[in-house]
Structure formats: C-alpha cells, structure tokens
Design a protein around this ligand. Structure first.
Ligand SMILES: [Zn+2]
Length: 277
C-alpha cells in the first residue's frame, strides 16, 4: 500500500503546506482521506491519480478537512470523468454536502459522473450485526481484479465533543472520525484530528503504521508511544506552525533514538508500507 501526503498542514494557513489530504492506494484503488484546501493542485502533480480515485472519505467537517472538495469535484467534472465516485461523510451530513454543492450550481443532473454521497454510519449498522461493533464502520474496496484490496473503517473520536452542545443548538451533530485501513498484511491507523493520544491508543496497538495529528498531541507522547511499541512506525502530520522550527531536531532524535521510526510528513511525501500490505 502506498500513502501520498497531499496536504500536511494543521488548521492554521501557511505558505508551504496545504490542508489535510492523504491518498491511500493499492491494487489500482485510490482512496482520498479528507480533502483540505489545495488538494486538487496537489493531486494533479501525480500521474492520473484523480482518475484512479474511487472514493473520498471525510473525517469531519472542519474547514481544513473539506475546503478543497468542491474544486476537486469540479476538476473531475471538467476533465470529463465518467467513473462513479463515492463520497463517504459523517452520518447525518449527507444532505448538507448535497446542498453545499447545489449552492455552487454543482447540481447532480449536470454532473459528468455519478457522485454517491453516503454516510459512513450506514455501513456501520449493516456490519454491526456481523462484527458486534456499533461504533465502527467498514466499507470494502475491491481491486480491479475483483479481490479485496483493503478495508476502511471509520472509528468515532471525540475531537468535536467540545462543540457538541453548540452544534445541537444549531440542529447539527458533531461527529469526528479516525480511519483504520485493514489490509491483508496489517493495519494502518490514520488519526485525523483527535483530542489526545488516548483516542487512538487502542487502535494503534499492534498496528504497522500510525499517522498521527501533531496539532493535538504532544511530541513527547509520540516518543513515549514509540518506546512502548518498538515495531510501530509513526508519521506525524497536521503539523502546526509552532512545531516547524523543531522539526530538524525531532528528525535527528528520531534517527538517534528510534531508528528513524518516527517521520514528519511534508506535502508530496510518499510512503510505501513495508511487506506490501
Ligand atoms: Zn478538526
């Protein structure tokens, strides 16, 4: 599996990083995890990745995670895409996404390709009976050859809990999710935005790779996790401006103390997961 870090900024606009967007690709299937501002130009740099995109998963609806979505869809439409695209959004937000696009005159009727907007949670409940889990969502992606390539699970996290009451007063839910990618050889955890290390502690146990939000977790906690789990590789993203001056030193420390197992993402960084999971 290959990961492409198309956008690695936190919620603070900066000149040298785009907002959050990660592509996971394997077996001809490309899935985009969040679509922050700048994602379209970032992906245009990569050979036909836009055509290979089968699905977009949105972790939560903060601006830095969705602000690039309309231009991405417009670009696909103008390029004459006909292949269907799935947009998986937090539960209860499907109609909002449709209205948002309608407000830009991006009406379904004139679309060059079918855009299926669905909630992660719908799959969850269907799967709940099988897996016994009420809180997780899975959607299997099939490779071009028809064999399963990898499965994405959206796991709720409390990132938006602090605005829950206010959101309710606006008749809105306040759901945020981390992503867990299951592949035949192992598990990749992509925290997206969280409130702290405890949100993804259980999920990252025995995972092969953890991609973690550096804006809401202290780097010392990341070092502690790397010590506790000597096989876990960690990529830090969602880099806040205040961390930038520390990055050279942190990279040196990673090389010296952790055999380079902790990396700090930059825009355009590609990462191939070992053992070809
Ligand atoms: Zn957020």
């Amino acid at each position: 599996m290959k990961l492409l870090f198309a956008g690695t900024a936190s919620g603070h606009p900066v000149t040298h990083r785009r907002c959050t967007a990660i592509v996971a690709e394997q077996g001809g299937n490309a899935v985009l995890l969040d679509a922050g501002e700048g994602v379209t130009s970032a992906l245009l740099d990569h050979d036909q990745i836009l055509e290979r995109l089968a699905s977009i998963w949105i972790s939560h609806t903060h601006a830095d995670h969705i602000s690039g979505l309309p231009m991405l869809l417009q670009g696909m439409h103008l390029a004459g895409r006909t292949k269907p695209l799935e947009l998986c959004v937090p539960p209860g937000r499907e109609r909002w996404f449709r209205h948002w696009l309608d407000g830009m005159y991006m009406f379904e009727e004139k679309w060059s390709f079918p855009l299926m907007i669905c909630a992660h949670a719908k799959s969850t409940y269907a799967l709940a009976a099988e897996s016994g889990s009420r809180d997780s969502v899975s959607a299997a992606m099939s490779s071009n050859a028809g064999s399963p390539a990898f499965t994405i699970e959206a796991q709720p996290n409390p990132h938006l809990r602090k605005v829950e009451d206010l959101a309710e007063s606006h008749h809105m839910r306040a759901d945020a999710f981390s992503f867990i990618l299951h592949a035949p050889g192992g598990r990749v955890v992509i925290s997206s935005d969280i409130t702290g290390m405890e949100d993804i502690a259980a999920a990252s146990e025995n995972a092969m790779l953890l991609v973690i939000d550096c804006a809401h977790v202290d780097v010392e906690e990341i070092h502690e996790l790397a010590e506790r789990q000597p096989r876990l590789r960690i990529i830090c993203t969602h880099i806040p401006p205040e961390l930038e001056p520390r990055l050279p030193g942190l990279q040196e420390r990673s090389a010296a103390d952790f055999g380079g197992r902790i990396q700090y993402a930059y825009d355009g960084m590609e990462y191939t997961i070992e053992n070809d999971i």
